[in-house]
Design a protein. Structure first.
Length: 146
């Protein structure tokens, strides 16, 4: 029996548009679902080296929540590139300041750290409220595992 390997041209036609509502959901669960859908791991024709995933729209990112007592105070570090330029911000403060960037950062960490992951991340759209501009694509609401 031959092993199936998807071709990039075959995957272009089968891309769906899915909406994840993040209101009241834990940040890690929303990010894990989004990463799984972006990779295409929910499809039977998943191939690790091909971008098999769907387009994902996350709405209500400002209403996302953190679980656990220490999570809101957990520091997030980044470096400016200059000597001594390490900066930190509390996770809850990052969500209050920019929920879109906070969620993008978490999903990016769950994708492959190469050009495949960078191209996959381009199919993710995050909005702080329930309003989005992708009504013409007829997106379906994602409720969980099919």
């Amino acid at each position: 029996m031959k092993t199936f390997s998807a071709k990039p041209k075959d995957m272009e036609a089968s891309r769906a548009w899915l909406i994840i509502d993040a209101a009241g959901q834990p940040m890690g669960r929303v990010a894990a679902d989004a990463a799984r859908l972006l990779r295409g791991k929910h499809k039977p024709q998943f191939t690790p080296h091909v971008d098999c995933g769907d387009h994902v729209i996350i709405i209500n990112a400002a209403q996302i929540r953190l679980t656990g007592n220490s999570k809101p105070l957990e520091p997030i570090y980044h470096h400016t590139g200059y000597p001594g330029g390490i900066k930190s911000i509390a996770r809850q403060r990052e969500i209050e300041k920019s929920p879109v960037n906070a969620l993008l950062r978490v999903v990016k960490g769950m994708l492959p750290h190469n050009t495949l992951g960078a191209n996959t991340l381009k199919k993710l759209r995050v909005y702080p409220t329930a309003d989005h501009t992708h009504h013409a694509q007829n997106p379906e609401v994602w409720n969980g595992i099919k």
